[in-house]
Design a protein around this ligand. Structure first.
Ligand code: NDP
Ligand code: BG6
Length: 465
């Protein structure tokens, strides 16, 4: 079942934390502005804050995130907000939370786990012990486990208290309009589907690059690294949407079925086709082990052994401290069988490409050949490009959409258990056999060794994002 009753309360575990500050309060403000919030928002955290401290903190977070903030919207959001203060290990915290939910006559709450993963079992067990698991659904933040074994363990913990359809696993990439557009663009246009396969596609490259470093999250990041932080989740979700077969219908389970099929056909990463890098200076970041071998960059070739994709290399790279912030998927097509238009000689024409820009300035660019002006029959590359913000107007932020979905009870933009476990299975050899770590300078495109992931003498395409 993908649609469930609308929620009547939001309980925010980790209300004083970084995720709540940077993403969740601005998202709640957006939902309040669009009249999507009609119920109490109850924060739970350990800090000795009053309700007013909590409301003020939320307001500061909202103002820090946006320039045109409507005071009336902030006030009405604050009027909904209360804080239950206490440690999750203390029974008194749970009595106060139960009292608060009873006071509001809540029967269908959203329990949002914006807390360290080590606290997940404590909170889930306490929710069950107080019967709150029967009074709502749970939203779990990434990282969802550290490897396949711990992801399975966490799923077992969650399933002991909540059925699968009431577990909402957040991968905020699934909430991005640009990422969801991959699905819509592929399957609502007849133009692409006939050529979207091994007969026409020569290679696929996906780049998820950030120019920033670990930005004060060193102690978290050093226990995680790029493969666990973004490759296993955000990047592989993008791969599924680009590679999957058309879903039978729009319902969540049809979409998740197709994602699971594509992941089941994807071979576990070959450590020989994996390159890990670390930016110079990472070991000096606060919270990072001075001898750390944790990767801030990873590139790997994926092999999707299906009828559609056999033989097509899917080369993927992620990293921090790189030259440019971009999230792009480039699908490159084979060259035409004969080079007819080359009267002036020179370099052979580039191959056709479809470039999906999934980052800040999202859109799609088709790179095609057109006649070079002049007397000769020659061709040159031209871009047919659309910028979605210019063409379609502003869109909601990912967290606002995902919170809205969790409230509405729609699971489509959340990750299903089997999909998460399949993604861990794909990266597991990279975790077990990480190989050496190659240093790279900030502002570069990562270690030069990453070229060997591509094969065919290819080079990484420079993102245009
Ligand atoms: P923080 O460490 O900033 O916040 C943790 C929160 O949990 C705080 O509100 C803290 O309360 C509360 N908490 C921790 N232990 C207890 C306890 N025993 N009893 C009561 N409250 C407790 O973490 P983040 O906000 O950065 O991350 C939260 C989750 O979101 C994690 O799973 C993280 O991996 C995930 N995430 C975070 C992202 C980010 O950008 N920050 C991005 C994507 C995912 P207090 O401070 O009052 O003690
Ligand atoms: C988060 C990672 O999940 O995604 C961060 O933990 C990363 O390390 C972020 O910076 C990237 O998200 P976005 O939306 O900025 O591409």
């Amino acid at each position: 079942m993908s649609h469930q009753p609308r929620a009547d309360a939001l309980v925010l575990f980790g209300a004083t934390g970084d995720l709540a500050k940077r993403k969740l309060f601005p998202a709640l403000y957006g939902l309040e502005r669009s009249a999507m919030l009609t119920f109490p928002v109850i924060g739970v955290a350990r800090s000795e804050w009053t309700d007013d401290d909590f409301r003020l903190h939320a307001e500061e977070s909202i103002r820090a995130g946006g320039d045109r903030v409507d005071d009336r919207v902030v006030r009405s959001l604050q009027d909904r907000m209360d804080l239950v203060q206490g440690d999750y290990a203390d029974p008194a915290t749970w009595s106060s939370l139960c009292d608060a939910l009873d006071r509001h006559e809540s029967t269908t709450a959203v329990f949002y786990m914006a807390i360290p993963p080590s606290m997940f079992p404590t909170v889930v067990e306490a929710l069950a012990a107080h019967g709150l698991n029967d009074r709502g659904r749970i939203v779990v933040e990434k990282p969802f486990g550290r490897d396949l074994a711990s992801a399975r363990e966490l799923n077992a913990t969650l399933h002991a208290a909540f059925p699968e359809e009431r577990i909402f696993r957040i991968d905020h990439y699934l909430g991005k309009e640009s990422v969801e557009d991959l699905l819509v663009f592929r399957f609502s246009n007849t133009l692409l589907e006939p050529i979207w396969n091994r007969r026409y596609v020569r290679s696929v490259q996906i780049t998820m690059s950030e120019s920033i470093g670990v930005e004060g999250r060193g102690s978290f990041y050093d226990g995680v690294g790029a493969i666990r932080d973004v490759f296993q989740n955000h990047l592989l979700q993008v791969v599924t949407l680009l590679a999957m077969e058309p879903p039978v219908g729009p319902d969540a389970h049809f979409l998740h079925d197709e994602q699971a099929k594509v992941l089941a056909a994807t071979e576990p990463i070959d450590p020989g086709l994996l390159v890990r890098g670390q930016y110079v200076g990472y070991r000096d970041e606060p919270g990072v082990d001075p001898d750390s071998t944790v990767e801030t960059f990873a590139a790997a070739r994926l092999v999707i052994d299906s009828w559609r994709w056999a033989g097509v290399p899917w080369s993927c790279r992620v990293g921090k401290g790189l030259k440019q912030a971009a999230t792009e998927a480039v699908v490159e097509f084979h060259s035409p069988p004969r080079l007819l238009f080359d009267e002036a000689g020179g370099a052979p024409p580039g191959r056709n490409q479809v470039r999906f820009r999934l980052g800040k300035r999202d859109g799609v660019t088709f790179s095609v050949q057109a006649k070079t002006p002049g007397p000769h029959l020659d061709s040159q590359a031209v871009d047919l490009s659309v910028d979605f913000a210019a063409a379609l107007g502003a869109r909601q932020e990912a967290y606002e959409r995902l919170l809205g979905d969790a409230i509405a009870g729609s699971t489509r933009r959340f990750a299903r258990q089997d999909v998460v476990e399949l993604t861990w299975g794909i990266v597991q050899p990279a975790l077990d056999h990480p190989g050496e770590i190659h240093p790279y300078f900030r502002g570069s495109w990562g270690p030069s060794e990453a070229e060997r992931v591509l094969g065919n003498g290819d080079h990484w395409f420079e993102p245009s994002d």
